[in-house]
Design a protein around this ligand. Sequence first.
Ligand SMILES: [Cu+2]
Length: 657
Amino acid sequence: MNAKSRVSPRKLKHLKTALALVFAVALPICSQSAKHPLDGLTPPEIWTAYEVLQSSHKVDADTRFPMVQLHEPPKEEVLAWKPAQSMRREAFLVVRQGVQMFEAVVDVNGKKLVSWTEMKGVQPGVPHEEEGEMGDMVKDDPEVQKALKLRGITDPWNVVGGGGPAGYFNTTEEQGRRLFRVMCMKEFGAIQNWSPISGLSILWDDNAKKVVRVVDTGAVPLMKADRNYSAAMTGAARDAGSALGIAQPAGPSFRLSGQQVGWQNWNFHFRVDRREGLVVSNVAYQDSGKLRSILYEGSLSEIFMAYMDGTENWSWTAFFDMGEGGSGFSSSLEAGVDCPDNAVYFDQAYADAHGIPQLKPRAACLFEEPAEAMAWRHDDGTTVESRKTRNLVLRTIGAFDNYDYVCDWIFQQNGVIRVRVGATGLDNISAVKSRTAAEDTTGQDGRYGRFIAENTVGINHDHFFSFRLDFDVDGTANSFVRDKIRMNRLPADNPRKSIWVAEPEIAKTEEQGKARMNMERPENWRIVNPNVKSAVGYPVGYELMPGENAVSLLVPEDYPQKRAGFTDYHIWVTPYRENERYAAGDYPFQSKGGDGLPAWTKANRSIENTDIVLWYTMGFHHVPHSEDWPVMPTVWHEFQLKPVNFFDHNPALDLPK
Ligand SMILES: [Cu+2]
């Protein structure tokens, strides 16, 4: 039997729909053939990978594909590549066959299976579609039906269940299983109105497709607060205000070749990856006729969220949104709302859980925006010199169950790159007995969160985002410098008693590269090329400037903390290794802790004057409040990559007056 005849008609229909969509849309942009070695897999390439596995007899109708993504070519190949040259194109696939899991690499140009490896002792992430499947299956369980009946729910029809990765707590019941906790909610009335069925969760083994146990800590009345936020339900909208628009009648002033972007002096490439979301690569700056490299690749590497409720139905809730999920990226952008009117959109090809190519329309957008203030200014008493500036913004939005994360890469005309994450969406809530905080006289209902609506408590939680930043400042040989800002006591004969000085320290090993933000012992952090000196004699560099941030307050022996060991430090620096991409390890689903950065850095490798990767974690503690209801205002957190002795003078000096 040849590969094609093994394809079910249903799958063929999926493919045709996907391809028809690609051809039907002139803009946004999604290419049928790769133009750059770091382009995401195209629909035909995803299809080829699927066919190669079919014809190798490795997969069948029951096979699932938790992850299909570009297998990046070796870095030196990408760096040596020139447009129009041939290039390596490989797909990386995580394949689930019953309880077995495999990693496959397929050469899509040569239509060959490069490798097929069984992975033992680790578990793949779970695509969205599977979370819903188990939600339906638990409703057949008599004990679940009994628990629902105890809550007056006799018709499970409008009960919706969704499974979340159950985490790991080193218990015997976890061993040899693939565990989820299914939480249920009851829909009532109009769309979007639903209540969590609090006090109930179902431990589900997705290998055995069986309920392990039902955890019922007692019925709590459903909350009835109206959670509608759709335009159709929120009533009359306020006046929009007078027209305020952005127009570029001559079109954008960036240049595109596939997903390679040229704008002002910036050059970069990007793709939207199934696991990592936005991957920005080959970031370089045109400086006095020379294209200077800054960053080989930057992307999100993991997202960690832990809820702070100690009760049995909540204490397990700690999630690795990228590694455990893997299909959060991306949400289709709403044209003219999520991005301004002058934005250009890009579609994303991806494989569904059956390995079949699908298309996410408008997965990323790119646009110029006027900056909120001038680039620079000086009033010397007689004349004012001031320069207007604009930014280039690359945006995606990921939807991870209740949360939406906006991820922006903002390129400025002064050589600064800002990376920011906007958190919006819905708070995770618990239905409680007390109507309000005032009625909660014992403080029991509000002990792990805050009332955000009647009978509704938003649970306290953390958000942590780990960014992987593979700097190549003027080449690959880089070092990490910690400028330690230290108090300096002056000699007794000095009228001034103290000043501060900046003392640079080059981190020689991974141990010396671990750093935490601390206002009492401030440090500036930069990546330098020790082999290239600026006009005034310093090594050229880029500084990582943190913004608002947080540290995890979980104790080291707490399993969620062990599994999210990357949150132990804000900064880690590692020597470049192509297989070290994910801060909490490749497979955080039911991981036992210590994977990723803590494991790699144990070797305490040298990080001086070599190809290094900087890992930065940005986080915040979220105490919910009533404005979060029913949908949260977007909250932004950002960091900057700022040139420090990289340019010989202000790179925005030549902005037109
Ligand atoms: Cu939050």
